[in-house]
Design a binder for this molecule. Structure first.
Ligand code: H2P
Length: 786
């Protein structure tokens, strides 16, 4: 290992050890580890081809993979060897690992789920490709200035990315705009613009290195490098136009689509990913099988949300226009190949494009969408309000549903709500199409890698088998009454808290007492996730401590993390409020030993790996019926945090598994929330009824936390609208938090509950989820390499 690292330092990085920087060493280490991934990777690709295996294709606009090196070391079980090699070289392993930038190619749960799925697909030997976009900048980087979020571009690709392989032979032309002609009775689309999609492959190594699949990310290139004629005529800017179009396409995740040009760019990105992926899939399929009738038998395509929903019309287009199939056969084959996962019931996420934009950017697809819609109308006898095209809008959710073999929700509750709400009419017409696959997370990254202290304890107590069979954690049940075991569990958690506390002090100047409750809410900033409820509770608690400073309070550190979409003013004003409240409370001499608030900026996968293992309390407090599943909730449970939460998303299943007595439940149910929301004046009535809530709002309005003006809109919305029922749930939440205080004060009992949470978290492995998809949706089998 040491020699390999030195070899790569010299021959790949071109550096002598005496001149090498941390970056040079990290690349040398990464190439050394990558070498060990290539064998299984090539073997897996060969085995899948030789055995004519069915392949799974996961199309996603986001893959929030985070850092790769540490994960690869864990999955290849290289820790001892790597540790020794780096010691021999006089290097600090943590410094090397921390030098890697996060691949921030996602926003939140949806993208992180895709990354966990890729890892589980490899760990289960399921032949698969992930297809996405190689965003040059990914999601923005977050800073706080005066407590407010400021966005700057993420520059992870400013330095060489050692994990990827550029495949210049896998390049496809992607057209946009133009017009459709009929030649010999066949439609011929003549695009007005085009770019090239070029493949960049990253191997995703599974547990113990038996198998690796590819994450294939598309970068955009111009079809002509430079318009030389215009260049020579002196118009240098115009000459570079083709390049500008291409670069913009794979530049950032979620360009602001509040403008018309932003909308067009987003639609083009979605088509760029989808068309490149489908052309690649068809090329591989035809090379291996030839007979188009075999497509559904050999190919399963999963659409991650509606973002790649243009796959339906695109696959039909390829089958009709390139391969000459009639519409009916093309549509039938496409439908038997495609599946769609719904991740949210919120209307803003079920995409809609104007027929004008769709017709202009993708004229051939607009025709095919109308054919699909008309065919569905005739064959299903559906009611008028169910169509894909309604008025001047193309509904991508309906398109994805109608073109899918299976549609799945991501938790038991969410799947039922999908049937009852967003797709109620389509569900009546196609009652077998919707199925559930409750989300999961990979225990390799989220336990073995992120929490080495707990991992050692688990390995020594129940063996290492849990890593690939997470249900084996149930072996801990027998130790939940064993004082010596609980002491070790407590010590492992405390060590993580000490490390985090050091980091918070160094980074933010916040003093977090490792014996306080570490209460963590990390996720995208969104009104329905109710970070506002959490910070209002902090204010009310602060006020109560002031009223009786000598009462028996349990010290608490509240930790927040998350980014707000750049155009989302409300989420941004909650960030501002949290930071302002922290600035006041953290310096208050009366309460500072009892309550601290920390909001480290730029929450990402790496930060999650530090925060989650150090958490005692997991905040999963969305308005019931709004969070489709949640996956952070699962990571916390696995790492021995207890949940305070509503009956929402996968919280419901977590509570069933860990037992209601080991979970802090509060709040309205989804049904109750729907009724409450319809009640006129619910917000005002709930605030009037809650002394603590009223005081919290009053303190904000009085300017106790800085400029009250910046909060007026937020306060106004809370008093008069409160669409996510913060006020209606406030007292129940406050009361549940006091139950948490009392429970935490009994250390032995808390540790016992934490142990039971870990012991009963096996169900939430993404291996279980992927097995479910393989069985119920993809009909795919694992493959053994020769
Ligand atoms: C979303 C849902 C979550 C779900 C996740 C993965 C869109 O992610 O809201 O409830 O767990 O997809 O299915 P998120 O809000 O975390 O960005």
């Amino acid at each position: 290992m040491r020699d390999q690292i030195l070899h790569h330092l010299t021959h790949t990085q071109g550096r002598g050890p005496e001149f090498a920087t941390v970056f040079d060493w990290r690349l040398a280490v990464s190439y050394t580890v990558r070498d060990l991934m290539v064998g299984p990777w090539v073997g897996a690709i060969r085995a899948a081809r030789d055995q004519g295996a069915k392949r799974v294709y996961y199309l996603s606009m986001e893959f929030l993979i985070g850092r790769i090196l540490g994960d690869a070391i864990v999955n290849l079980e290289l820790e001892p060897a790597m540790g020794r090699a780096l010691t021999l070289l006089g290097l600090d392993e943590q410094v090397i690992l921390d030098d890697e930038p996060d691949a921030a190619l996602g926003n939140g749960g949806l993208g992180r789920l895709a990354a966990c799925f890729m890892e589980s697909l490899s760990s289960l030997n399921c032949p698969a490709f992930g297809y996405g976009i190689r965003y040059e900048h990914g999601l923005f980087r977050q800073r706080f200035e005066g407590g407010q979020q400021v966005e700057t571009p993420e520059d992870w690709l400013n330095q060489p990315h050692p994990w990827e392989f550029v495949r210049i032979n896998y390049s496809y032309t992607i057209g946009f705009k133009g017009h459709v002609e009929t030649v010999d009775g066949r439609a011929v689309w003549q695009p007005g613009e085009s770019v090239i999609a070029r493949a960049h492959d990253t191997p995703v190594i599974g547990w113990q290195g038996h198998w690796a699949n590819s994450l294939r990310l598309w970068g955009a290139l111009p079809t002509t490098l430079l318009d030389l004629k215009r260049f020579n005529a002196g118009d240098h800017t115009a000459a570079a136009e083709p390049e500008a179009l291409a670069r913009t396409l794979s530049r950032v995740l979620y360009p602001d689509d509040t403008t018309e040009s932003g909308k067009e760019l987003r639609l083009k990105q979605e088509y760029f990913l989808t068309s490149a992926a489908l052309q690649d899939i068809m090329a591989r399929f035809l090379a291996e099988h030839g007979d188009l009738e075999m497509l559904p038998e050999k190919v399963a395509i999963q659409l991650n949300d509606t973002h790649p929903a243009i796959a339906g019309p695109e696959l039909i287009r390829l089958l009709m226009d390139d391969h000459g199939l009639p519409f009916d056969r093309a549509q039938d084959l496409a439908r038997r190949t495609l599946n769609y996962t719904n991740h949210t019931l919120l209307p803003e996420a079920l995409e809609r494009w104007s027929t004008w934009l769709m017709g202009r950017v993708l004229p051939r697809h607009m025709q095919i969408i109308q054919m699909i819609d008309e065919d569905h109308r005739v064959t299903s006898g559906r009611p008028a309000q169910v169509g894909i095209v309604q008025g001047d809008q193309v509904h991508m959710g309906e398109l994805a549903f109608i073109m899918a073999s299976r549609v799945n929700g991501v938790s038991a509750l969410h799947t039922e709500l999908v049937k009852d709400t967003v797709f109620a009419d389509l569900h009546k017409l196609h009652p077998d199409r919707i199925v559930n696959q409750t989300n999961g997370v990979t225990p390799r990254r989220w336990l073995r890698m992120a929490n080495p202290g707990l991992t050692t304890l688990l390995d020594e107590t129940i063996g290492t088998g849990w890593t690939k069979d997470l249900d084996q954690l149930s072996g801990l049940e027998a130790h939940a009454g064993d004082g010596a075991f609980l002491d070790r569990l407590h010590a492992a958690k405390r060590a993580n808290k000490v490390a985090l506390s050091d980091g918070l002090l160094a980074g933010l100047g916040v003093r977090a007492d490792p014996d306080a409750i570490f209460d963590v809410q990390v996720k995208r900033m969104h009104e329905y996730k109710r970070q506002l409820l959490n910070v209002l509770e902090a204010i009310a608690l602060w006020h109560r401590i002031h009223e009786s400073p000598n009462a028996n309070w349990t010290p608490r550190v509240k930790i927040f993390g998350g980014k707000a979409a750049p155009g989302y003013w409300l989420a941004k004003s909650v960030i501002h409020l949290i930071n302002d409240v922290a600035a006041t409370i953290n310096n208050d001499p009366v309460t500072r030993d009892l309550l601290q608030i920390a909001y480290p900026p730029n929450y990402n996968v790496s930060m999650a790996e530090d925060l989650i293992p150090a958490a005692d309390l997991s905040e999963q407090i969305s308005t019931a019926g709004k969070e489709a599943s949640g996956t952070g909730n699962m990571k916390f449970t696995m790492n021995g945090a207890l949940t305070i939460g509503t009956l929402d998303g996968a919280n419901v299943e977590i509570r069933e598994h860990v037992g209601p007595e080991n979970f802090f439940l509060f709040g309205l149910t989804a049904d109750e929330a729907a009724i409450e929301k319809a009640r006129p004046g619910h917000a005002r009535a709930a605030i009037e009824a809650s002394e603590d809530m009223k005081i919290a709002l009053q303190l904000i309005a009085e300017g106790r936390f800085g400029r009250a003006e910046s909060c007026y809109a937020l306060l106004d919305r809370t008093w008069n609208d409160d669409p996510f029922l913060v006020a209606s749930d406030f007292d129940a939440y406050f009361t549940a938090q006091r139950a948490v205080d009392r429970a935490y004060a009994d250390r032995a009992d808390w540790d016992r509950m934490a142990a039971l949470n870990i012991a009963r978290s096996g169900f939430f492995s993404s291996d279980r989820t992927i097995r479910g998809y393989m069985r119920d949706i993809w009909h795919a089998e694992p493959v053994t390499p020769a």
